[in-house]
Design a protein around this ligand. Structure first.
Ligand code: P6P
Length: 336
């Protein structure tokens, strides 16, 4: 906290840089650049209802999903910001079929980080004013400096992340991130255009009463998940407390609520989608890093999300994430 009574994201990043051994400021620069890019995205998200930026632009992304204009806008803003930052040698995005290597200048080729992101998660909610978000994940490259980045720089297990976070565009716009030393949340103050520290050292309650899943798929889930859903709806004489269902349909919003208040979010395997729907590299890994740093857990149902060895950039993975005891309870019941 400084004389202004607030701590901006930039001040916080620079102050915390001291915690990172041999920090030379590149990671700090990268985090600041992501913050600036998301402020630009926020400006467009906030006026999406006013200008002709709503609605699909007719194309579909590598996932075969109809791309909303804002998806591409957010993708292009983040890509441009990271390219000009000079701290990143390449990116991977939900909206890019392949990795994008920044070979335009020597500085980028000598950069030591790669960034993966989902530029606008939950985009199907854009037109109905439901919270959406940008998710990002940062790794140190493993390929030699001075050369173009390679797919091996990206296909690293989540335990190798050096930083991860999200920006949620909701009733307020918040940036939540970790560099492995806890989780901190910053709320955008539009009057000064700065993300200001509002949620220092976020810790997720070990237990809560909220479970978050698309119950509509009940008959598409395996028996284990159906048993778990039955358990969640059972009366309180069969379990410690009554549970309540909260499902926004925007992963960042559901995970953010649980990160702050406690709860468990599940997007499990389904009979017609054995790996579920959500992507490992730029949705599940960054959110799992945050969940664990806030005292929670994140599992595929079989193993820790952060220990999954990736084989493809856009691979999907089942996920159970949130309060420690609720994740463990769900995994146990589903496995029985
Ligand atoms: P369903 C949004 O499209 C998203 O990728 C996540 O943000 C969200 O949690 C999930 O899909 C919702 O999927 O199948 O419940 O509509």
């Amino acid at each position: 906290m400084n004389t202004k009574g607030i701590t901006t994201l930039d001040e916080f990043i620079i102050d915390r840089q001291k915690d990172i051994p041999f920090a030379t400021g590149e990671l700090s620069g990268l985090l600041r650049d992501i913050g600036v890019a998301c402020k630009v995205v926020n400006r467009e998200v906030n006026k999406a209802g006013l200008v002709d930026i709503i609605g699909a632009n007719g194309s579909t992304n590598v996932q075969g999903e109809e791309v909303q204009k804002l998806d591409m806008f957010a993708n292009d803003i983040l890509k441009a910001s990271l390219m000009t930052s000079g701290e990143c040698c390449g990116i991977a995005s939900e909206e890019e079929e392949e990795l994008v290597s920044f070979e335009c200048n020597e500085r980028n080729k000598n950069a030591k980080y790669v960034v993966l992101f989902d530029p606008l998660d939950g985009s199907s909610n854009i037109d109905v004013n439901v919270s959406i978000g940008t998710i990002f994940s940062i790794y140190k490259r493993v390929s030699p400096m001075g050369k173009p980045c390679t797919i091996e720089d990206f296909l690293q297990p989540g335990v190798k992340q050096v930083a991860a976070g999200y920006v949620i565009y909701g009733s307020s716009t918040m940036m939540v991130y970790t560099t492995g030393k806890g989780v901190n949340g910053f709320t955008l103050d539009p009057s000064i255009g700065e993300f200001c520290l509002s949620h220092p050292d976020i810790i997720t309650p070990v237990k809560s009463d909220t479970y978050s899943i698309n119950q509509g798929y009940f008959y598409n889930f395996g028996k284990g998940v159906q048993n778990y859903l039955q358990y969640c709806q059972d009366s309180t004489d069969k379990k410690s407390k009554a549970y309540r269902l909260r499902y926004i349909g925007s992963m960042v919003a559901d995970v953010h609520r649980n990160l702050i208040k406690g709860g468990v979010f599940l997007y499990p395997a389904m009979k017609d989608a054995p790996l579920g729907k959500l992507r490992l590299m730029y949705e599940c890994n960054p959110l799992a890093f945050l969940a664990e740093q806030a005292g929670g857990e994140a599992s595929t149902g079989q193993q820790r999300i952060l220990e999954v060895n990736p084989t493809e950039l856009h691979q999907r993975v089942p996920i159970i994430i949130g309060s420690k005891s609720m994740v463990e309870e769900a995994v146990k019941i589903i496995e029985e």
